[in-house]
Design a protein around this ligand. Structure first.
Ligand code: MF3
Ligand code: CO
Ligand code: CO
Length: 260
């Protein structure tokens, strides 16, 4: 069976539950981002998140997911995604770091991430990070009923190309809800193949990883088996939201309603 037949359509009730998980993830992400500063190690951010998530009666989805050893992902500088929090990774003034939070609450998953500036960051890097966030919004706004999932990647890639950045192809967004990673794969780049049609009730992430250099390729750390880095050492930034298609367009579940 092709993957297009496997995409779940969630009821409004289920979407409300996924939304509760996504909002908890957003809350944890905000608190985690507030802890980012020069001299802070990423393990301390992980420990804070682990206990906060537990205190809310939820589970940190990454922990033990396919053997992932920590509760959150922390991906600094040239790390594209899946960085493992460590006491040895001490954030430095001028760094950027993506923090990715996924929680499992009352049977549903919510997933959101953002790239945070550490101290004073060069203006070109700050602009790059702002454009990576804008790229995510371009993708979210393109997710409308009547179009295929291709519209998301087309929109992101068209925007990013203007700056000679590149869109990572080795990692994608994903359906989410009752499972952490569901169909479909949400491509953030232009694809020649016809992806599924967007439909009301679909729930998925949009989470483009943008490399500041022209090379979109990644390589996974041979020792830890997780950390994905740019092959050319260039910076990589990522933003992620969990969205549901409601009334024909993407409703962002991982933003508190009062802040929209
Ligand atoms: N949160 C990541 C995503 O956006 C997945 C992390 S999987 C892990 O899909 F095992 F690395 F935690
Ligand atoms: Co994530
Ligand atoms: Co995700």
């Amino acid at each position: 069976m092709s993957s297009r037949n496997m995409i779940k359509i969630y009821s409004p009730d289920a979407i409300a539950n996924i939304s509760r998980a996504a909002l908890l993830a957003a809350e944890v992400l905000e608190l985690a981002a507030q802890r980012v500063a020069p001299g802070v190690d990423t393990a301390s951010i992980d420990e804070f998140c682990a206990s906060y998530i537990a205190s809310r009666g939820a589970l940190a989805a990454p922990l033990n997911y396919r053997g992932f050893p920590k509760s959150i992902c922390t991906s600094p500088n040239d790390v594209i995604c899946h960085g493992i929090p460590s006491p040895d990774v001490v954030l430095q003034d001028g760094d950027i770091v993506n923090i990715d939070i996924t929680v499992f609450l009352d049977g549903y998953y919510g997933d959101t991430s953002r790239t945070v500036l550490v101290g004073e960051v060069p203006s070109g890097v700050k602009l790059f990070v702002e454009r990576a966030e804008k790229a995510m919004w371009k993708g979210i706004e393109a997710a409308v009923v009547g179009h295929r999932f291709n519209a998301i990647g087309d929109s992101i890639e068209r925007y990013v190309k203007k700056f000679n950045y590149s869109v990572v192809r080795d990692y994608c967004g994903h359906g989410i809800g009752a499972a952490f990673h569901e169909d479909p794969a949400v491509l953030h780049y232009s694809s020649r193949s016809a992806l599924p049609m967007l439909q009301n009730g679909m729930v998925f992430t949009v989470e483009p990883m943008i490399n500041m250099g022209k090379n979109w390729r990644s390589e996974v750390d041979q020792i830890d088996g997780w950390t994905a880095r740019t092959v050319d050492g260039s910076l990589s930034a990522q933003f992620e939201h969990t969205v549901a298609i409601v009334n024909g367009k993407a409703q962002v579940l991982s933003i508190p309603p009062h802040s929209i």
